[in-house]
Design a protein around this ligand. Structure first.
Ligand code: NAD
Length: 321
């Protein structure tokens, strides 16, 4: 994998940028033969059904990207929309119908569901997705299999991070890993995957005491917090590998100016669009870390690539039944 070296080198260290876009392209390329083989055996392409309730702008973008990528890979895709003022039962009925469809191998219900559907709507929906079609890896069966280190469908974002580390030749076994964030979709499964690869893992969260000191113990630091530029250089042991999962749209000009040097192309991009997507990791971390994922172009493309991989895997496993 070609490595780009960046950073201003203030301390004589510049992090190697870990190219998620290139790794995602490699993962997708490896699926082509499997998709062709599946088509030949099944007489149809792998099928992905996406349920989108409401019209959250972020969700619209994520769903559009997932559908576009799946279509590019030659998969069958279906988008089923439920109105924002719909009932959770509408989503449940949609999932039940997809569960029963032979030509649908993967089911994804885009989060978040509209608030009006109730506080436990997501749980109800996840509980109904057939585990064989659970390409997000969120059902209790998938989570249980992951915790027990059994084969199964693993949440796409942390699975993508592992693919990146392994393909970049970054050792995990025996190293100290710190994951900041304990969500069901990123932090917790990330910690499990690192643990199963024999890292010594610490999970941090909003009530962790002296977070920078804990983070500084990490050889591999994963930030999945949802707070722009939260992880500053004092969180990072020199030379550590830093994985930035955060995707945060920011429109506050003063904040953006405080993060980037005046000649940064990111500032020019912000001036043009009035908004910028930044990660959870402060740009100055590039001067301390040994390797770093950029935002954009780091973990984001890997997440979609792993959704494709999970859909192909689900299709292959269903065909083998
Ligand atoms: P979440 O809100 O569910 O969880 C955030 C976690 O961060 C929580 O566990 C919380 O304890 C922790 N946290 C919050 N404030 C903290 C603080 N001050 N100190 C320490 N920990 C704190 O978010 P999530 O769904 O896990 O997503 C996290 C980020 O990753 C978001 O920016 C999200 O957009 C992004 N994300 C990116 C991808 C991708 O493909 N790159 C996929 C999923 C999520």
């Amino acid at each position: 994998m070609p490595a780009r070296w960046v950073g201003r080198g203030v301390k004589g260290i510049a992090a190697r940028m870990l190219d998620g876009t290139a790794t995602a392209a490699a993962i997708r390329g490896e699926l082509h033969g499997r998709i062709a083989a599946f088509r030949a055996r099944a007489g149809r392409p792998p099928g992905l059904g996406i349920v989108l309730a409401g019209s959250d702008p972020g969700s619209e973008i994520y769903v559009r990207n997932k559908l576009k990528t799946a279509a590019e890979e030659g998969m069958h895709t279906e988008l089923i929309r439920v109105p924002a003022d719909g009932h959770v039962d509408d989503v449940l009925a949609t999932v039940a119908a997809l569960n029963g469809r032979d030509d649908i191998d993967g089911i994804l219900v885009q989060s978040p569901l509209p608030e009006g559907m109730g506080a436990d709507a997501e749980t109800q929906v996840i509980d109904l997705i057939g585990p064989a079609k659970d390409v997000d890896g969120f059902t209790p069966v998938s989570v249980g299999r992951l915790v027990q280190n059994r084969p199964g469908l693993v949440p796409c974002t942390p699975a993508g991070v592992i693919e990146l580390l392994e393909r970049e030749g970054i050792a995990i076994s025996g190293r100290r890993a710190v994951v900041i964030g304990r969500s069901d979709i990123v932090g917790k499964p990330m910690a499990m995957l690192l643990l199963h690869r024999h890292a010594t893992v610490t999970i941090c969260h909003s009530r962790t005491q002296d977070l920078p000191a804990v983070a500084r113990t990490a050889d591999i630091l994963v930030a999945a917090i949802g707070r722009p530029a939260f992880v500053t250089p004092d969180f990072v042991k020199p030379g550590a590998v830093v994985i930035d999962v955060g995707i945060n749209p920011v429109s506050d000009a003063a904040l953006v100016r405080s993060w980037f040097p005046p000649d940064s192309p990111r500032l020019a991009a912000f001036a043009k669009r009035g908004t910028l997507t930044v990660g959870d990791v402060h740009p100055a971390v590039a001067e301390v870390a040994g390797a770093l994922t950029p935002v954009p172009g780091g973990v984001g493309p890997l997440t979609i690539a792993m959704l494709m991989a999970n859909t192909v895997r689900a299709a292959e496993l269903r065909l083998a039944l």
